[in-house]
Design a protein around this ligand. Structure first.
Ligand SMILES: Nc1ncnc2c1ncn2[C@@H]1O[C@H](COP(=O)(O)OP(=O)(O)O)[C@@H](O)[C@H]1O
Ligand SMILES: [Mg+2]
Length: 311
């Protein structure tokens, strides 16, 4: 893996209510890493601990135990914060401001009053497809426009690392697609993106690494491609197949589909050799044998259902 941009080591976070006994363990011994230049998706059902982890990463609150490093620094260190663009969950902007004014305000908040930075604002608005709306008050924006403005705000300082908490939540499919395209463009520029989400088919299209948590515990962490090939099913493609072999394949639990490029047979990996031999012996030509990949959604549901542990 490339040098780590984000490292969590045995991080535990407990929320305590003042003057009350009750406490919530939001994170329990969570460890994972995200590499520089990677798009890492942080996945988990509601209440899993995603926003808590992001809050710790940004230095908004402190872990009870364990260690966190972000861009080689402890969270909250200004040297790291200067290189981070952040989009919080459920953010709200001043609705009477326009987008250029809001972005200038955010630049000022970051202590950047240079004319050069302000001059980049039109370019940034064009990048998030808000050019032409410079005079419109943010209160009149659609949900998708507000979300894209949120991303423009996160891109303001040309950050090395983007930390985005549910950047596509509440958006329609077209709005989500626009955000994902923006994230892909960032990835092409070599930026590191750490985003939490629970919209899996889309995440699957853009991310390199996946971290899955549930109820404060790490369930899985690893490269997406490795996580998708579970190795328990294979796909054989044959270009001629007799009725007899098709029936025999179906009888041993295989799924047989006839397509334009041959017959696709999907079966348990354990029966791969047996099936290939039956095809060869029956005079069929086996064109390919490959492991079947699961979708991220299938992997996620399986991992969350079984409460699987380990990295
Ligand atoms: N400020 C808080 N005080 C007490 N409990 C909290 C607080 N913030 C979050 N929690 C609890 O911590 C757990 C994790 O929440 P959160 O990090 O928001 O999860 P996610 O972002 O994955 O939905 C939940 O059980 C939530 O109720
Ligand atoms: Mg959250």
């Amino acid at each position: 893996m490339p040098a780590a941009a984000i490292e969590f080591q045995n991080v535990t976070k407990v929320y305590r209510r003042m003057f009350r006994e009750e406490q919530v363990t939001a994170l329990s011994c969570v460890s994972f890493e995200a590499g520089a230049g990677e798009v890492c998706a942080f996945l988990g059902p509601n209440g899993a601990g995603k926003t808590t982890s992001i809050g710790l990463l940004m230095g908004f609150h402190f872990a009870d135990s364990g260690e966190i490093r972000v861009l080689g620094c402890t969270p909250g260190d200004v040297r790291a914060k200067e290189k981070i663009g952040f989009l919080p969950e459920n953010f709200a902007f001043y609705k009477y401001l326009t987008a250029p004014k809001l972005l200038r305000f955010h630049l000022a908040l970051a202590g950047n009053r240079s004319a050069e930075a302000a001059a980049r604002i039109p370019e940034l608005l064009a990048k998030v497809r808000l050019a032409g709306y410079e005079e419109m008050k943010i209160g009149k924006y659609s949900r998708g426009m507000v979300q894209r403005l949120g991303l423009a705000q996160a891109f303001l300082g040309d950050p090395q690392l983007l930390i985005l908490d549910e950047p596509t939540s509440g958006l329609d499919p077209a709005g989500r697609k626009e955000i994902l395209e923006l994230l892909l463009a960032l990835k092409a520029q070599g930026k590191t993106v750490f985003l939490s989400s629970h919209i899996l088919p889309e995440v699957e299209q853009i991310c390199d690494r996946i971290v899955i948590i549930d109820r404060g515990r790490l369930l899985r962490a690893g490269r997406l491609q490795e996580m998708l090939s579970t190795g328990d099913r294979v796909e054989l493609v044959a270009d001629r197949i007799t009725e007899e072999i098709e029936q025999a394949a179906a009888a041993c639990g295989a799924v047989v589909e006839r397509g334009p490029h041959g017959v696709r047979i999907v079966l348990d990996a354990a029966r791969k050799r047996e099936m290939a031999e039956a095809l060869w012996n029956g005079g069929c030509d086996v064109v390919s044998i490959n492991p079947v990949k699961s979708s991220l959604e299938e992997v996620f549901l399986k991992v969350v259902e079984h409460g699987e542990g380990g990295a």
